[in-house]
Design a protein around this ligand. Structure first.
Ligand code: GDP
Ligand code: MG
Length: 163
């Protein structure tokens, strides 16, 4: 079976945009379960001759609860269950948030390999914004711009290295 990469992060950081850039048209399955709706969108990606499954966990919603923190915590736990490697996505515009720090702790405790991806680095002036993401404790953050398609190769290189 292919190794599994899950993309986790707060709403609106750009997970689905990056997911689509990674998979192109290789969309696989859309699951929808009643109760706790844990929509997961699966696709496949390839880099350096390796193929892997990718999960966009962004569709997870919790009935009767609307706490964003609870939502991302659920996402993180689901990703830990299912994935061999987790792409933890944040956003250069908002910087490191409390929710990011909380999710980082959950991911850290799992012992799974984590690659930090900082999206919305739309131009070179914003490159300095990624340094604060070292504080999450997962090594070199990867700068991305989903809008401009920048950094996808760097991200996949970092992932494949650690699968
Ligand atoms: P998700 O909720 O994490 O899946 O995020 P989406 O992929 O749905 O993106 C949320 C919003 O951010 C959308 O309006 C995107 O167009 C925007 N967005 C995604 N990537 C970028 C980026 O690299 N730069 C900027 N400026 N906006 C982006
Ligand atoms: Mg999404």
């Amino acid at each position: 079976a292919r190794p599994v990469i899950a993309i986790v992060g707060r709403p609106n950081v750009g997970k689905s945009t990056i997911f689509n850039r990674i998979i192109g048209d290789r969309l696989a399955i859309v699951e929808d379960k009643p109760g706790i709706t844990r929509d997961r969108i699966y696709g496949t990606g390839e880099w350096s001759g390796r193929s892997f499954s990718v999960i966009d966990t962004g569709g997870i919603e919790i009935d009767g609860e609307d706490g964003m923190l609870r939502l991302v915590r659920m996402q993180a736990e689901l990703a830990i269950e299912e994935a061999d490697l987790i792409v933890f996505m944040a956003d250069a515009k908002s910087g490191v948030t409390n929710a990011d720090e909380e999710v980082a702790q959950i991911l850290f405790r799992s012992g799974k390999p984590v690659v930090v991806a900082v999206n919305k680095v739309d131009n070179l002036q914003r490159m300095d914004d990624i340094y604060e993401f070292y504080s999450l404790g997962f090594g070199d953050p990867i700068a991305l711009s989903g809008s401009h398609g920048i950094g996808i190769g760097d991200l996949l290189e970092a992932c494949v290295d650690r699968l």
